[in-house]
Write a protein that binds this ligand. Structure first.
Ligand SMILES: O=C(O)[C@H](O)[C@@H](O)[C@H](O)[C@H](O)COP(=O)(O)O
Length: 289
């Protein structure tokens, strides 16, 4: 069984967005304090839309400032398609978030793949690694890049980035970025951060939306089962893994017998480790999750 992440579960993306924003804001401020920049890696899937809901909301006060001018955005994984292609994670992020950033919030530095190298995914991965080296220092002096935050999705099979269950890439540790040509999720050709890079982040968060994720999340955090998301959770050396989900954890007693340690905010959203949602506190909302 893996380490238990901090779980933040909400009935909807609208209710999830404000606390995800607060989490990202803390990571942003810590990054800026550390090195005057915020280095973040993002995945594709449903994440960009959820990020937009979290980040584009009006600031609630002077301390709630998302300063995109300090953001350096990398892709945790990317599909080997043109940057305008409907399968491109860059295109998705651009449409959902980047194009909607108001002028007053600053302009992030974004690092898409080199779309001239789509025919050679090894070269595509190597070039993306070089880009990381240029940003995170020379390869010789840094064993692994340290992202301030990795914002990851969680696939219905337990994959994350383009690291798929049972795939040999999960055992690769030499490079920072790998090509994959047989992704079970289309399109087949992609590049992905390696598992050691992902687990080396200062903060790592899975953002999993939709009721369809319930069974796989239980498997990831109850059994581990060598699933990529579980390997990230187990290997995360620096910071706790956060898990944002829109699941209702009905019947969640099966997640653990520990005394309930949930905390409910004013909107009825639950914060806890999954194993601590036992309902033993007697709170109706907790029992219902
Ligand atoms: O390019 C990709 O395919 C994504 O980076 C992938 O790893 C995604 O994050 C998960 O499949 C979850 O996707 P959903 O959020 O859409 O379920």
């Amino acid at each position: 069984m893996g380490k238990q992440p901090n779980l933040f579960a909400f009935p909807s993306v609208d209710l999830l967005a404000p606390t995800l924003r607060t989490y990202i804001l803390h990571a942003q401020n810590a990054g800026i304090q550390r090195h005057e920049i915020f280095k973040v890696a993002v995945s594709g899937g449903s994440l960009p839309k959820t990020l937009a809901a979290a980040l584009l909301a009006p600031a609630s006060g002077p301390d709630d400032v998302i300063d995109f001018s300090k953001w350096e955005i990398f892709f945790a994984d990317e599909r080997a398609v043109p940057l305008t292609h409907e399968d491109s994670n860059y295109a998705l992020l651009k449409t959902e978030l980047l194009d909607k950033i108001p002028a007053g919030m600053g302009t992030p530095t974004v690092h898409p793949i080199n779309a001239e190298l789509l025919d050679d995914v090894q070269e595509l991965a190597d070039q993306y690694e070089k880009l990381l080296v240029a940003s995170f220092a020379q390869r010789d002096s840094v064993k692994l890049p340290i992202f301030d935050l990795l914002l990851l999705g969680c696939g219905p099979d337990g994959h994350t980035c383009s690291l798929f269950p049972g795939h040999p890439l999960l055992r690769e540790t030499d490079a920072w970025v790998y090509p994959i040509e047989d992704s079970p999720k289309p399109p087949p050709k992609r590049i992905t951060l390696s598992l050691p890079v992902v687990t080396h982040g200062v903060k790592i968060a899975f953002v999993a939306t939709g009721g369809g994720k319930k069974e796989i999340l239980k498997k990831i955090f109850e059994e581990g089962a060598g699933l990529p998301c579980a390997l990230v959770n187990e290997g995360a050396g620096r910071g706790a893994v956060g898990l944002w989900t829109t699941l209702r954890w009905r019947g969640s007693v099966s997640l653990g017998k520990a005394a309930c340690e949930c905390s409910l905010d004013s909107q009825g959203a639950i914060s806890a480790s999954p194993r601590r949602l036992s309902g033993e506190c007697g709170e109706e909302e907790c029992k219902a999750w």
